[in-house]
Design a protein around this ligand. Structure first.
Ligand SMILES: Nc1ncnc2c1ncn2[C@@H]1O[C@H](COP(=O)(O)OP(=O)(O)OP(=O)(O)O)[C@@H](O)[C@H]1O
Length: 254
């Protein structure tokens, strides 16, 4: 049987009187890409925030590889194998693209976060970091300061940092948002490539139907914070509950 890597059980968060995520019980198995869809304000990003630890749950549980991580910090969850595309505010904007990836790689490879170590002192780490930059086609810009990158390249760097972490669970929140039509395919190809590794699971919050159609093995639908549908893409998209949830046509091209 395929291994369950991540599970949420009755996961709930309340903001004042508003229940943004409402008793969501769902498991995510190795070798599967799950698209999380729903109208604006449905709770998708909040669900992601609860899983990655950016916000605390009011009730319920998050389990990673059998371990209850509900009360753990973002960084503890990250070390246990939960990887969410980095917010660039967490990076070092004045360091180069290469240095940022190298630092993540260095930390993952157990060398600690040492800003003063040189690329030469960790040749294997540097080599691996460069390989990741080649995969996202940022190798040309390796010496550019992060603060000087275009929006599209910043998004690619976020993906590079995530790949460098090699998590068991990849979490992407609209990875191609704001990218040009030339840039988006690089990121989508990378996610397709990541899917080939059947030992991991990928969660994707996405509005673009063409992206969902290309990538998703499974779709879950949130509506008013609750899980209202879960299954293979064709089946879920044809279901009455989804048709109703999308009467507002927030999802592109439905
Ligand atoms: N920190 C917060 N405090 C109060 N309300 C919040 C907070 N974060 C989210 N919400 C509310 O929770 C609901 C779910 O928001 P969320 O951003 O998760 O939706 P979403 O499905 O990701 O929407 P979108 O597709 O527009 O990004 C919204 O009504 C939002 O206003």
């Amino acid at each position: 049987m395929t291994q369950t890597l991540l599970e949420t059980t009755d996961l709930t968060v309340r903001f004042g009187g508003h229940v943004a995520v409402d008793r969501v019980t769902c498991s995510f198995r190795a070798g599967e890409l799950t698209a999380i869809v729903g109208p604006n304000g449905a709770g998708k990003t909040t669900y992601f925030n609860l899983i990655s630890g950016q916000i605390g749950a009011t009730a319920g549980r998050v389990t990673l590889k059998g371990q209850d991580i509900t009360r753990l910090s973002v960084s503890r969850r990250c070390r246990l194998g939960l990887g969410r595309a980095f917010q660039l505010t967490n990076l070092f904007p004045e360091l180069s693209v290469f240095e940022n990836v190298r630092l993540v790689m260095q930390t993952r490879m157990g060398r600690g976060l040492n800003l003063l170590s040189t690329a030469e002192s960790h040749a294997d780490v540097s080599h691996a970091a460069l390989a990741v930059l080649e995969r996202v086609r940022l190798d040309r810009l390796r010496d550019q300061k992060v603060s000087e990158l275009s929006h599209g390249n910043q998004r690619k760097l976020e993906v590079a940092m995530l790949i460098a972490l090699e998590p068991d669970v990849y979490m992407f929140d609209e990875p191609t948002a704001g990218m040009s039509v030339d840039e988006a395919p690089v990121v989508l190809d990378l996610i397709t490539e990541l899917k080939q590794d059947r030992s991991r699971t990928i969660l994707l919050v996405e509005h673009k139907m063409d992206v969902i159609r290309t990538l998703a093995d499974r779709i879950i639908v949130l509506h008013n914070g609750a899980l209202v549908a879960d299954g293979p893409p064709a089946e879920v998209m044809a279901s009455d509950v989804v048709q109703e949830a999308y009467m507002g046509k927030e999802i592109e091209d439905v």
